[in-house]
Design a protein around this ligand. Structure first.
Ligand SMILES: [Zn+2]
Length: 311
């Protein structure tokens, strides 16, 4: 395929996003859900099969709950929480006690968390969230279309009281105490790409999440994709839903959406992964080449130490 070739090693890290002065005033105090149901249809990244997803309003304090409409009623409910995560090899997968699972939950959860939706039902007629364009932007559009409803329950925040760190090989994930919710990442795909660094001062303003992070797409290496396809995996992956890199160059004709799209996507993934804590985190997440597996291990390490957090 003809491709617009972009030298990835020339990409410079972007500056941190400036924090506005009125951050404290912009904190959402009350829980929110969506006001009306809204649906989309797409294909699963790994299955390549069509699936319809519907976001529905949910009760206060219920969090994010997936419903698999294609399985019997007594086993279709799968809460999206750090302790229901069962696989993080290529995406985040959650499983309920009956053994029913949903894969690739991270981008829809990131969209909900990024738009300050605390409670939602995510209904599916298959085992995998549709990949859409490989980012969270279509889910953000759906949430806007549905609009937001405030609920009569205060937002509980999970305050990080002491630093928790997990490491695997050259990857690190850290949560530190901070009065500002913040996500920082350094990323070079373990040396396969040039260094990119980014920091997102998260405060509840969905325009910023939407403008800066939600459209950053998932990405992969052509050589790895060939290997996965040969094993019957990543059947839905294409240039329409992922940035694909071959010999250090972007294969997608349209190029990148941001010069540092990879590290922005890694932060988007981290926002989705950490939203499984069950409450917005008041702390600073810092990752170095951290992915779904390590992000989940970080939450497990946090909750394993009762002196490290409080609500
Ligand atoms: Zn992702």
């Amino acid at each position: 395929m003809e491709s617009m070739e972009i030298a990835l090693r020339n990409i410079k890290p972007a500056a941190s996003v400036a924090l506005p002065l009125d951050t404290q005033l912009r904190v959402v105090a009350w829980q929110q859900t969506i006001a009306s149901p809204v649906s989309c249809t797409g294909i699963g990244l790994h299955s390549g099969k069509p699936v319809t997803l519907t976001l529905r309003p949910a009760l206060a304090n219920s969090g994010y709950v997936f419903i698999r409409k294609d399985v019997p009623e007594d086993s279709r409910r799968i809460p999206a929480r750090w302790d229901t995560v069962t696989d993080t090899a290529m995406c985040t997968k959650i499983t309920n006690p009956q053994g029913v699972s949903v894969s690739t939950i991270e981008h829809v959860i990131a969209a909900l968390a990024g738009c300050d939706i605390h409670n939602a039902i995510i209904e599916l007629d298959g085992p995998e969230v549709p990949v859409m364009d490989g980012s969270s932007s279509e889910f953000v559009d759906m949430i806007r279309q549905a609009s937001t409803r405030q609920q009569r329950q205060p937002v509980r925040r999970l305050k990080v009281l002491k630093t928790v760190e997990v490491k695997v090989g050259k990857a690190t994930a850290i949560l530190k105490p901070s009065d500002e919710p913040k996500f920082s990442m350094q990323f070079n795909a373990n040396g396969r790409l040039g260094n990119q660094a980014w920091s997102f001062n998260y405060y509840p303003d969905q325009d910023d999440f939407s403008d800066l992070l939600s459209s950053a797409r998932t990405f992969g290496f052509y050589e790895d994709a060939q290997h996965l396809w040969a094993q019957g995996l990543a059947q839905g992956a294409s240039l329409e839903n992922a940035v694909i890199i071959k010999d250090g160059k972007v294969m997608n004709e349209e190029g990148l959406r941001f010069s540092d799209e990879f590290v922005r996507h890694k932060i988007l993934d981290a926002i989705g992964d950490l939203a499984l804590a069950g409450a917005p985190i008041l702390g600073h997440f810092y990752g170095e080449n951290s992915g779904h597996g390590l992000n989940n291990q970080l939450l497990r390490a946090l909750f394993a130490d009762e002196s490290a957090w409080s609500f």
